[in-house]
Structures are given as C-alpha cells and as structure tokens.
Write a protein that binds this ligand. Structure first.
Ligand code: NOJ
Length: 545
C-alpha cells in the first residue's frame, strides 16, 4: 500500500480526553476546552495521532455530558464555540486529529424536544420523537413493558400530564434524565445529519459514537424474554432493545455523509462506535466497508489476565474483522472501566506493583497488535483506579440509582495530576481555585506528569517509546499477526518482517522466545530472558522466527 492510499485511521493511536478531568483553566475545579488546548503539546510529545473529546455540549451533567441538551454548542462549564475553534486551530497546527463524542441514542430531559414533548398532548408529533406509551394495568400504573435501565431500575418513567393527572410513560435505557430518541421517526435522523455537518464544518476529523448498538428498539416494544438477565448483568443483552438490524442503515448514512466531506478535500473522517454486542461476529457487522470505520473491541479489555484468554480474544477479533474492510480497534481502558493497573492487580491496593507490571506489559502487547488503539487519559501515567472515594463525593448516576458501588465509574475519572506534591497537582490554575470536582488522593503525587516525564522508567516513557517505534517501524500498525510456539503462560507473535512481541503472563522468568535485537520491554530484561509479568519487542535475527 502506498502512502497516498493509506487510510490514517486503520492503525491510528487515539488518546481519549475526558475533558472535565484533564486540565482546568478557569479555577472552577472542572477541566475545560482551554485546558485541553494547553495540554495539546504534551499529547503531541507523547506521540498520539489524535484525541477523542468526551461530551462538552450544554448539559445538566446528570451523566457527565452524556445527557445532551444542545448538540451544537459548548457548555459554559467547558468554554464556548470560540474556544473550541481555537482548540481546532492548535490541533491542526500540531497535526493532532480531533474526534468528538456524539450521543445519538438519547438526549437530555432538558433538550427542547423533550420539554416540548412534556408540554404536548399524548399522540402528538412532539412525543413521536421519543418512545412515549400508555402504561399497563389498572389506570396505566404499570410500565409499558418489563425492560430494565442500564443504570438500575425500570427503563420507563411516568410523566404528569398538563392537567396534573398521571400520564404516559417514556423510555430511557439509562437514567430518567436521558430519554431515548425514536429513530423510527425520520426527524431524528435528519437532526443528527445536521449535527454531524455542524461539527464537520468546524473541521473535526470524526466522531466516537456513544451506544452505537442502540438507537433502534423492536417496533412493538415487547417484553424482554429474560428481564432477570437484563437487570443482573446491566449490560446490553436485551435482544429487543439493542442491536436491531435497522441501526446499520444509520451507519451507512453517516458513512456516506462523511465521505461527502472526504470527496471535497481528500481528508478521511472517522466514525468509531461504542459497540457492545454478544459476539465478535456480530461486532464485525458494524465495521463492514460502508458502515463504521472502527468499533471498540471490548473483549480485550474484559479478558482476564492469562495467556489463553488473551490469545483467544485476539484470534477471534483478527478472524472476524478480517474481510470487513476495517482493522481491529483495541482498547484497554476508558472512562467507564476500572483502570488496568488496578484491574490486573489486587483490587484495592497496588502495593505489590503486580498490577502496574501487568498493565505495562498489556500496553506493549496492545501497541504491537495489528490495527488501531485507544489510550485513556492517565493510562500513560499508570494511574491506578481510586477505589476509596467516600460515598458523599460520588457522582456516577449508577451509584445514585442503585445505591451500590459495584461498577461505579468515578474512580477512573479523578482529575489528572500534572505537577507538585499536593492536590490539585497543577490540575487547577492557582491557590484561589475551587477543589477538583473529585478529590485526588495524596499518592497521585507519584504519578504527576512532570515526574513521569523526568523518569525514563515511567509508564509515560514506555508509552512514548512504544508509540515512537510504532510510527517508525513498518512491521507495526496494520497487517498480519503470526503466533509463535510458546510455552504455557507465554504469548508470542511475529509482525511483518521479523518483529516479535512476547508477553510472559506468569510469575516465573521464561527464555525469550526469539533470538534477536531487543527494542523495548515493559520491565527490566536480562539478555535472552523474559521475566514474569513482562512484555518485550525484538527484531529477530532470523527472517522466519
Ligand atoms: C456509554 C458512555 O461511555 C457512558 O459514559 C455513558 O454513561 C453511557 N454510554 C450513556 O450515554
């Protein structure tokens, strides 16, 4: 493939910026777009190809911006459109691509459409943009069906009609403040075409699509066959609420809209979907050549730390995505998941360093796999999950709705440490600033970016070195992967012309699976040895290792 036809996104490394926790420029304790702009040179130095910005649109912030009240503006909490344009200008100058987070499955209950729906009579056009339905049982006091919301409780809430009587119910697969849009109403699709064009016209390089297996529901909204499983797993397993065939029409429509822009200037716009579906084969349907460019492959993220699980999910992904026209989109962390350092270690404490060693090894593995990769802010610092936030500071609606700390997401969203020895660690600008919106633990001092940059053994240097090698070595990025014969507990594979990556998932050292020139390792390695919980890259001495 010549450089001209290379499609940049196929092996891009994108950094997820969770805006409210990245860097605060105003002193209100919340990160903002000006903070992102200040941080761009840091990200450029790290070596990523682009950034994905979590939602910054006007929103009452019930789900930290995933409840959008206006799709075509910036919430004053994060800045304004002029600040956004400045960010785009700087990003363009630095050669950093920018993806926005688009939320098409639902909007905020404060979106003008939903307010209008509440103020209008049942059966009218304003309610037809959402899923309003009469209740069941005497006086319609029971929800229209048995669906559960992902964040706890029933997926339906009842409204009070204008005359003060209990009225219809509306569907919300997440919180009641996030009513689901009715994609069977053409007005909804038309609105989102407008939204995409609004931001593409401002120069963005593409979109991360929230809940991309959602949008359409079964037209009759029938009962779920297994409501207990829906409630227990709180995953998108209800086959009538998720992964409906019609959703693929939306991705075809959005792809051709993006391609209109590409045809104008030759610059490819990227659509990356948050796709949670039961199998890799189903997943592959979302990245067919005329649909999404990419979809996060979450099976790697959920694989337990052992060689067999990792090999299985990697092989399945490679097999099922091959032939779709896409590449696999690998991810180990995001703003919804327990951070790898903690997930791979002993939950609660990270004193042994085991989780950190494994997270470093996983990072080298991910960066050596064929396809694209996403890094979540703080991952490059080796931040652990903050597991001991007190109940009264938690903001995740999952906690509010379920009363349980299981699966809450505040711990991976604590504002980043940049410098200094005490909170706010340079996250906010001065002594007069408000406290960071979530408290930073004292031990964040060890992870601050200034320390990370100064210490060549830091996570930051590992990521930076990995990214640098990746951009210079033709073997990495897109292409084939060939597994090596390795002892149990060790994974090894060859990329292209003799680049070998191996990971020792066990605790005991093992002989290096190849003889060659070491390029990079996630921990100290004596010649010819791969220590436990360590990954390394080599250029093999032999053409066919
Ligand atoms: C997935 C997002 O990643 C998550 O943060 C959000 O709460 C839900 N979608 C609902 O929009």
């Amino acid at each position: 493939m010549t450089l001209n036809t290379h499609r940049w996104w196929r092996d891009a490394v994108i950094y997820q910026v969770y805006v409210r926790s990245f860097l605060d420029s105003t002193g209100d304790g919340v990160g903002d777009l000006a903070g992102v702009r200040t941080g761009l040179p840091y990200l450029k130095k790290l070596g990523v190809d682009g950034i994905w910005l979590s939602p910054f649109y006007p929103s009452p912030q019930h789900d930290h911006g995933y409840d959008v009240a206006d799709h075509c503006d910036v919430d004053p909490l994060f800045g304004d459109l002029a600040e956004f344009d400045l960010l785009m200008t700087d990003a363009r100058r630095l050669g950093v691509r920018v993806l926005l987070d688009i939320v098409p499955n639902h909007c905020s209950s404060e979106h003008p459409w939903f307010r209008e729906a509440l103020e209008s009579a049942p059966g009218g056009t304003a309610r037809a943009r959402f899923h309003f339905a009469d209740g069941r049982g005497p006086d319609g006091a029971e929800p229209p069906n048995n669906w559960h919301a992902m964040f706890g409780g029933p997926a339906w809430s009842r409204v009070t009609e204008q005359d003060g009587t209990p009225g219809q119910w509306y569907l919300h697969m997440f919180t009641p403040e996030q009513p689901d849009l009715n994609w069977r109403n053409p007005e909804v699709g038309g609105h989102f075409d407008h939204v995409l064009r609004f931001w593409l016209d401002r120069g963005v390089d593409g979109f991360r699509i929230d809940v991309a297996a959602g949008l359409y529901k079964h037209p009759d909204l029938p009962d779920s066959p297994d409501p207990e499983a829906d409630a227990r797993t709180r995953d998108s397993v209800n086959p009538l609420a998720w992964n409906q065939p019609e959703v693929h029409d939306v991705w075809r429509r959005w792809r051709s809209l993006c391609e209109e822009y590409t045809a104008e200037d030759g610059r490819e716009r990227l659509l990356v979907g948050e796709v949670s579906v039961p199998t890799a084969r189903e997943h592959a349907r979302y990245v067919r050549h005329d649909e999404l460019h990419q979809a996060f492959f979450f099976d790697l993220l959920s694989a337990p730390w052992n060689a067999d699980s990792f090999r299985k999910v990697i092989s399945e992904a490679m097999q099922d995505i091959a032939g779709t026209g896409s590449t696999v989109t690998w991810v180990l962390n995001n703003h919804d998941q327990v951070r790898t350092v903690t997930r791979y270690g002993e939950l609660g404490t990270e004193s042994s360093g085991l989780g950190a060693a494994r997270a470093r090894a996983a990072a080298l593995l991910m960066l050596a796999l064929p396809g694209a990769a996403y890094i979540y802010q703080g991952e490059e610092l080796g931040l652990p999950e903050v597991v001991d936030l007190p109940d009264d500071v938690l903001t995740d609606p999952i906690f509010r709705r379920t009363g349980s700390r299981a699966r809450i997401r505040d711990g991976c969203r604590v504002p980043l440490p940049w410098s200094g020895h005490a909170s706010p660690f340079g996250f906010t600008p001065g002594a007069e600033s408000a406290k960071p919106w979530l408290p930073q633990p004292a031990y964040f001092a060890e992870y601050a970016t200034d320390r990370a940059l100064a210490d060549t053994r830091s996570f930051w240097h590992l990521y930076r070195d990995g990214l640098q090698l990746r951009s210079g070595l033709p073997q990495l990025g897109e292409g084939e992967l060939r597994w090596l014969d390795t002892p149990p507990g060790v994974l090894g594979f060859v990329r292209g012309d003799g680049l070998v990556c191996a990971v020792n998932f066990g605790a005991a050292p093992t002989p290096a699976p190849v003889s060659g020139t070491p390029l990079l390792s996630s921990g100290p390695c004596a010649p010819g040895v791969l220590p436990g919980s360590t990954a390394a890259w080599w250029i093999s001495d032999s053409a066919h290792p």
